[in-house]
Write a protein that binds this ligand. Structure first.
Ligand code: NAD
Length: 444
């Protein structure tokens, strides 16, 4: 006879079902929902922290969700309406902060998850900002440069009241970069008639961007990998790595790892995966992508028939640096890496997490591992507000200190509380957000 659930278990089950109804209709959607995964991670850490229902009510769900249609005149004269979002999850610790993504699969569920992760990511590294995320449903490869500019400007114009250096500060994410940030900053300034570069980060240095921002996420990833390797007794010289996603985050991570003596044996992007057991020439691959726009046709490795198999290669270090939900219960049993460094946001589902933990994989969770980007975005915002700019060495020193401290903090929490690195990171982040929220109290 199965035993009867305890009242606490019944309560927990009821809460999960309520979330499921809030988030997704079918079980299928529920399983694929990144936001559902995010809430599962929250619940696991909140239970450890023994948060009260009232504390949870203040910090768990997004505060403000904005959805708009952006009419844009295309080059052929037609007007196309693009669906766009901005989700502000929590601003207890400071202005909202989070990237803007251009992708054909952008949806509200994903935006909510990404905004949620930003709140706790900022808290894990101790920067005084909250969490947000934005996106436009568009495949930017199908737009001309002019169409991309009009779309970027319309996004900022349509949402202008949400943004501001003390309100909500966007940054680049998938398929957006310094150029899109420049157009958006210009649009904001044209409306406000004030020079306020701190409204957006990830700008080119000519427009108040920070030295070192472009590669900061990847530098942070490599700082974490070095620390994990030291704890495992793994010598990075001669170690091997595979990198999924060869965009901003993945390519610089490959570059910095190679500089540490790691052999990069496979890389991939949306157009295919390439393997080279002798080691991919990272500089040549970066140069190829800069010229051709993607890895398609890259000759420095053998094309893999099933790009997803890159994740299952026998390597020391695996860096998923593309999109969410790549490592699932299906492929997790076949992951052979010793260190899994999450460059992307949400690449691993909660059921895969459990499998990887049982296998003893050293997983560096996204809200810690890729926090170098938002850390230097914060330093950019600080410099914009001072009107005084630091050298790249100074920025990298701060990044090193902040990331190393955060890693040690999370690792210590993991050992003390006997939890996974992911839950430990959430414990650190959630505790800080919950404390700030309690000290501010409820305005009513
Ligand atoms: P990007 O647009 O520069 O690069 C994304 C890369 O992933 C591209 O090479 C693309 O072709 C590839 N890709 C897309 N689908 C793929 C697939 N199915 N298989 C393999 N590759 C695929 O974006 P980015 O800024 O490098 O962001 C990558 C990830 O890192 C995202 O999850 C993003 O949220 C996260 N992130 C980015 C930053 C940042 O500072 N840019 C900071 C923190 C986290």
């Amino acid at each position: 006879m199965p035993r009867k659930p305890t009242p606490a278990e019944r309560q927990h089950f009821k809460r999960r079902m309520a979330h499921r109804r809030q988030i997704a209709g079918s079980l299928e959607e529920w399983r694929a929902s990144a936001f559902h995964h995010a809430l599962e991670q929250f619940d696991a850490a909140a239970r450890r922290l023994r948060l009260t229902e009232n504390q949870i009510a203040m910090i768990k769900l997004p505060r403000r969700i904005t959805e708009v249609r952006l009419p844009v005149r295309m080059d052929d004269g037609t007007i196309h309406n693009f669906r766009a979002f901005r989700v502000q999850h929590n601003i207890a610790r400071g202005p909202a902060k989070g990237g803007i993504r251009f992708h054909q699969d952008v949806n509200l569920d994903e935006m909510k998850a990404l905004a949620f992760w930003m709140t706790y990511k900022c808290a894990v590294v101790g920067i005084p900002m909250g969490g947000a995320k934005g996106g436009i449903v568009v495949d930017p490869r199908k737009l001309s440069l002019g169409e991309r500019e009009r779309l970027s400007r319309r996004y900022m114009a349509e949402m202008i009241d949400l943004f501001g250096p003390d309100r909500d500060v966007p940054a680049p994410d998938v398929n957006t970069g310094p150029q899109v940030m420049s157009w958006m900053m210009d649009t904001y300034i044209m409306h406000k008639h004030d020079y306020l570069p701190g409204v957006i980060t990830g700008k080119p240095t000519e427009l108040g961007g920070s030295a070192g921002r472009q590669s900061a996420t990847s530098r942070g990833i490599v700082i974490c990998i070095r620390k994990a390797a030291a704890r495992l007794g793994l010598d990075l010289k001669g170690a091997t790595a595979a990198i999924q996603g060869f965009g901003n985050v993945g390519s610089y991570a490959a570059k910095f790892l190679a500089e540490d003596g790691v052999k990069i044996v496979a890389i991939s992007d949306a157009d295919g995966a390439y393997r080279n057991p002798g080691g991919i020439n990272v500089a040549a691959a970066m140069d190829f992508v800069a010229r051709r726009g993607s890895l398609r046709g890259f000759k420095g490795g053998t094309p893999m028939r099933r790009p997803m198999q890159l994740l299952e290669l026998p390597v020391d270090i695996l860096v998923p640096a593309a999109l969410e939900n790549q490592i699932t219960a299906q492929n997790a049993p076949r992951i052979r890496a010793r260190i899994l460094a999450e460059g992307a946001n949400g690449p691993t589902t909660p059921d895969a997490d459990e499998i990887l933990a049982r296998k003893g994989v050293f997983l560096i969770p996204d809200i810690l591992c890729n926090a170098g980007g938002v850390t230097v975005s914060y330093l950019e915002w600080v410099q914009n507000r001072m009107g005084y700019y630091w050298t790249e060495e100074r920025v990298n020193e701060d990044l090193q200190r902040i990331m190393a401290t955060a890693f040690d903090n999370v690792h210590q929490t993991m050992r003390r509380q006997r939890v996974t690195m992911r839950i430990a990171a959430f414990i650190v982040g959630i505790r800080r957000v919950a404390e700030a929220s309690a000290m501010r109290g409820l305005y009513a």
